[in-house]
Every structure is written in structure tokens, then in C-alpha cells.
Design a protein. Structure first.
Length: 323
């Protein structure tokens, strides 16, 4: 929306003295319609639409409680900094929103305000980690002498949270981060264990192992420990094992002796394999001879199951004929 389309009342407020200060910046309180606002991507990448519907009902019945933070830019209009959920709720009810309007914030200041506000929201750990890391580095660029302890004090985050966030955003292969965001592997495993591996390609191999072969946390850590040991150049009998020998041992699928359990595990494996293929998330480098041998073994499980079922069907048909 262009600022020329402001009402006289809105323009008078915006051109008058500021209403107050927040984040060391002046702001003006202004009531704006949803169509007067624009939303740019924020920290939150996923939205709880049931919660937004509750917001909408609350806006219609009891009104708005917290203001939306907005940046007023001469050539862009009003851009939402924080309050994306409330903005979406207002769009459903067509009510005016009470906004704290800042003017022409510079990019660094805008990001810091946006992230400071959103860090207090109930967001997923992986999304929060990315935002914390971005916020930390943005502040570090503005205040080079800032220590991590000072950052933790200002944001209310523990050192443990910040270190994990930086590791998640910086130390992990982008493809591994994407797997966490898709909830294919856990955030905790990625930022505490997989990040210990230096080579990004090997990080991705481990992440694919965890997802495809449903490795338990202990199995994953054993494999990660082995890779870290190899990267450190430790000359041990275990480190000198053939890679395929170790990989084949760690990538086993725990199949129960019961045929239907084997079948369920095999079907689950191929379902996860199809997810990776459909999302173009399975690099050719991952398909080593050991992995292909394991895939062939799982195919044999399905063939074995089909033979068992054919035998059962045959026995049933013969039994029916005897009757």
C-alpha cells in the first residue's frame, strides 16, 4: 500500500509526535486495516492454523490485546515486523489492527527487532535456532565487542541454546538442516551429534542412514563416533575396518522373526525411500554398494513374504476344495 492512500486521521497521527519508544526507536500507535499491511517472511515458517482461527474468534469478540509491530517505509508502505499470526487472524475477520509503527528502520535494526520479538513466541526448536543464530550474528556485526554472555543476558537465552543454534545454522550441511526442518530427523540429534562430523557429505550420509534405516539414537551415535574417530586420524583396529563392513553392520534393519513384522519394516523403508526420491533429497553418492546390497536384502524380505502368502492362499484353496 502506498502512503498516499492514508486517511487524514492516519496521516495526522503519523506526522505528529511519537507515541512512545521501544527497542530504542520511536513508534506511533496507528489503527490499520489488514489490506494496508504487507507481510515479509519472518522467523516462523510453519503456522498453527487452529490457533489462528482461535485468534480470529478472539479478535471478533474481545478485541486485540497486543499491538502488531510495523515498519513504515516510504516506497513500500507498512510492513509487518512481528505479529504474523495476528495479521492472518485479522484477515479472516476484517477488523482493524492496532499497530506500533516505526519509521524507515535500517535493515540491521529491523532484523534485530523482528527476531527479538519472535524469539519469545512458541515456535519449533529448529526454526528458533535459525533465528537465534541470525540474531546473534546480526548483533555481533553491529556490536563487535559483544560477548556471548551479554547476548544471552539481553535475549534471555541460555549459552547452551545459543551454542546449539549457531551449530545448527553454521556447522551443519544445508541438506541436513533441510531434513530437520522437514522433520525427517530430530533437531537434537542434528545439532548435538551429527554436527560433530566435519565433512558435510558424511553428515548427510549419517542423516540419510537415520531416516532410511530408522537407526536408534544409540546406533546413530555409535556410527557418528566412528566417523569422528576416522576424521581425527585415529589408527585403531576399528578405524581400519572396511567402511562397507561398518556401514553394513550399522545400516541393518531390526527385523522381528515374525513375517508380518519383517514385512512392515520393509514397507516402511521403501516408503521413506520414496519420500527422499520425490523430494530430490537422495544424492547418488549415498548409494554405495553396501547400501544397494541392503536395499536388495529388503527386497528379498518382500519376496519372501509374498511366497509365504502364496503358500497360505494355496493351502486355503485346497482346504476349501476338500470340504
Amino acid at each position: 500500500m502506498h502512503l498516499k492512500s492514508l486517511t487524514d486521521e492516519q496521516r495526522e497521527i503519523l506526522e505528529g509526535p511519537p507515541t512512545g519508544r521501544q527497542h530504542n526507536e520511536d513508534f506511533w500507535l496507528l489503527n490499520l486495516w489488514p489490506h494496508q499491511l504487507r507481510v515479509k517472511p519472518q522467523m516462523r515458517r510453519t503456522f498453527n492454523w487452529a490457533k489462528i482461527h482461535r485468534y480470529a474468534r478472539s479478535l471478533a469478540v474481545t478485541g486485540q490485546i497486543n499491538e502488531i509491530l510495523v515498519n513504515c517505509v516510504s516506497d513500500e508502505g507498512f510492513v509487518v515486523i512481528a505479529g504474523g499470526c495476528r495479521f492472518r487472524a485479522a484477515n479472516m475477520t476484517s477488523v482493524r489492527l492496532r499497530c506500533k509503527v516505526f519509521k524507515n528502520l535500517d535493515p540491521h535494526k529491523l532484523v534485530i527487532i523482528q527476531q527479538d520479538e519472535n524469539l519469545h513466541d512458541d515456535v519449533r526448536a529448529d526454526e528458533e535456532a535459525i533465528a537465534v543464530a541470525e540474531n546473534y550474528f546480526d548483533r555481533k556485526a553491529l556490536y563487535p565487542d559483544m560477548t556471548m554472555a551479554e547476548y544471552c543476558r539481553d535475549t534471555g537465552k541460555s549459552r547452551y541454546q545459543v551454542v546449539n543454534a549457531v551449530a545448527f545454522a553454521v556447522d551443519l550441511a544445508p541438506a541436513v538442516v533441510n531434513m530437520v526442518l522437514r522433520r525427517w530427523i530430530s533437531f537434537t540429534l542434528a545439532c548435538q551429534d551429527i554436527k560433530r562430523i566435519k565433512a558435510h557429505q558424511r553428515q548427510l550420509d549419517i542423516a540419510l542412514d537415520v531416516f532410511l534405516f530408522k537407526l536408534s539414537p544409540k546406533e546413530a551415535r555409535d556410527r557418528i563416533n566412528m566417523v569422528v574417530w576416522e576424521e581425527s586420524g585415529q589408527d585403531t583396529m576399528i578405524a581400519n575396518w572396511g567402511g562397507d563392513t561398518w556401514i553394513d553392520d550399522q545400516r541393518r534393519i531390526h527385523l522381528d522373526v515374525e513375517t508380518h513384522k519383517k514385512m512392515n519394516d520393509a514397507i516402511g523403508f521403501f516408503q521413506r525411500l520414496m519420500i527422499l526420491l520425490k523430494n530430490d533429497a537422495l544424492p547418488r553418492t549415498y548409494l554405495t554398494p553396501a547400501v544397494m546390497a541392503k536395499i536388495n536384502n529388503i527386497k528379498e524380505v518382500i519376496e519372501e513374504f509374498e511366497e509365504v502368502m502364496d503358500g497360505i492362499k494355496l493351502e486355503c484353496s485346497l482346504g476349501s476344495a476338500d470340504v
